[in-house]
Design a protein around this ligand. Structure first.
Ligand code: HEC
Ligand code: HEC
Length: 453
């Protein structure tokens, strides 16, 4: 019996067997037994120690199974801040006040659903759900002088900055229309749509050493494979840091990412971002009482990040081991793996040693790639061109697809994983063409693989 076969996986099988029998589908369960043999399925767990059995109700809210009581307590406290609803200051709960005056949502979990992963975005009636927000910028990286770098669509007092609606154009690209509640956007400023991603294994991605990511860079395409991933270098507090979070890798660490979300999405100040998301011309921030200086303490910020760090990655949902292995081969052979690198290894974590040196199957290189004109939005962020995007991790994405209304790619234009692949251009054009050239059966196997990872 190959020992590499993960214990978690046995637990998963056991639970699946229970679930299937419970719905009166015991016959399928014996199929599962027959097709997944130990000889076929020899993959290590998807995220090492941070892997948890799949939980169908809250796939994105499983703590790492081996946490001790102290760690569980830390994670549970952080969860309160993540799911808790923040209110304008002064509010009844001082730990939770300071929202706005400009914001988009009042809880992290409004956009990062712990059940479904992605909140509603492009809605059938032409409205935009909270799961899609908008950067404001031009092709040179300038922000809007009045509204700043992000549109806040809610306000605790007075009017928000504006509302966006959408429709598809003839090429099935979403076109966005902004109705501002103040001056029009400055000349050349565009809307940069950003879909809220599912948060899977975010603490593990935070721990991947920069050298490991930089090793995957090939900015001048020296190996002539048409793919030239490059790092997004950011200047943060006077220091050069490697960007890794967000669709354009605009944030270097989980701490910076969460603090950025607090400021831009919720109007909450932190020691990292001590100002409200108002420009000089927007006086409402200065006129309203704040919820402390800063509104979110370093302890609260750390608790939120501990929570996200101690969340487990759902184990693979493999139905057929042979097909899973074939899917992995196709994924490699048509070039998906050039960017969606199957594995990375975490570095050392002093705070959580159980996360150190873990082999993780995230399917990303965390680098920027040019995905072609059709995916450009005319907004430059930092050093990332309008058509450059950070390879998104693919683990858990099948769970997102299974939820009706879920959407893919940075602006949510794709409704299925297949549509997402077909939009790949630029550096990924060859790979997309190879996908199209597969037989229907091969495409089916590749998609089943993506749904299982
Ligand atoms: C209004 C919706 C919204 C709210 C509220 C929100 N986020 Fe996000 N979050 C997003 C979007 C959109 C992105 C992608 C941002 C980008 O591309 O730059 C994101 C990205 C992230 C990422 C990086 C994910 C990745 O794969 O790189 C983390 C971590 C994160 N958010 C944490 C938080 C935390 C913590 C909070 C609460 C303090 C929060 N978010 C509140 C919409 C939201
Ligand atoms: C050149 C690098 C590259 C290659 C090759 C590539 N991808 Fe991607 N992939 C990306 C980037 C970058 C994005 C994000 C683009 C965007 O949102 O506009 C992406 C997005 C996706 C998404 C949607 C993710 C989400 O979170 O919504 C899926 C699914 C996906 N890729 C699968 C594949 C598959 C399957 C292949 C092989 C056929 C492939 N990709 C080849 C870079 C690449």
């Amino acid at each position: 019996m190959p020992t590499i076969y993960s214990q978690t996986y046995f637990v998963f099988l056991f639970i699946m067997y229970g679930l299937l029998s419970a719905c009166g589908a015991g016959g399928n369960a014996s199929n599962v037994d027959k097709t997944i043999t130990l000889d076929d399925f020899i993959w290590p767990p998807v995220a090492g120690n941070a892997t948890a059995p799949f939980n169908s109700a809250f796939p994105f809210l499983q703590f790492i199974p081996t946490l001790d009581l102290t760690q569980l307590k830390t994670a549970s406290q952080g969860r309160e801040f993540f799911i808790g609803r923040w209110t304008a200051a002064p509010g009844p709960r001082t730990l939770f006040d300071g929202l706005g005056p400009l914001s988009i949502a009042s809880a992290c979990a409004d956009c990062h659903l712990l059940s479904a992963g992605r909140a509603a975005s492009l809605q059938a009636n032409g409205q935009i759900g909270v799961g899609l927000l908008f950067r404001l910028g031009d092709t040179q990286g300038n922000l809007d002088p009045y509204y700043g770098g992000q549109l806040q669509t809610a306000a605790t007092i007075g009017l928000s900055e504006g509302q966006v609606s959408w429709s598809f154009n003839d090429s099935d690209q979403p076109i966005f229309t902004l109705l501002t509640h103040g001056p029009a956007l400055a000349q050349g400023i565009h809307l940069g749509p950003r879909l809220s991603p599912q948060l899977v294994g975010i603490g593990l991605l935070d721990l991947v050493p920069p050298e490991e990511i930089l090793n995957l860079e090939d900015p001048d395409d020296q190996n002539a494979d048409g793919i030239s991933g490059r790092a997004h270098w950011l200047e943060v507090e006077g220091q050069l840091m490697l960007g890794r979070f967000g669709w354009k890798a605009m944030q270097p660490t989980l701490r910076h990412q969460s603090a950025g979300a607090m400021q831009q999405d919720m109007g909450l100040t932190t020691s990292i971002n001590p100002t409200e998301p108002c420009t000089m011309q927007q006086t409402v921030c200065a006129e309203q009482p704040n919820g402390g200086t800063p509104e979110v303490s370093d302890n609260t910020l750390a608790a939120v990040n501990d929570f996200l760090t101690l969340l487990a990655v759902p184990e693979r949902r493999v139905q057929n081991a042979q097909q899973f292995n074939q899917g992995a081969d196709i994924f490699e052979s048509i070039g998906c793996a050039h960017c969606h690198q199957p594995t990375l290894t975490t570095g050392q974590s002093k705070k959580y040693p159980l996360l150190s040196h873990q082999l993780i199957y995230a399917y990303t290189d965390l680098l920027l790639h040019d995905l072609g004109e059709a995916l450009s939005d005319n907004v430059r962020e930092g050093d990332a061109d309008p058509s450059e995007w950070r390879t998104p991790p693919l683990w858990g994405l099948g769970l997102v697809e299974a939820v009706p209304g879920s959407r893919f790619l940075h602006d949510g234009r794709a409704q299925t994983l297949e549509q997402a692949i077909l939009w790949h251009g630029g550096e990924a054009l060859q790979s997309q063409q190879k996908f199209k050239a597969l037989t229907a059966a091969q495409q089916h196997i590749l998609l089943a693989f993506l749904r299982a990872i």
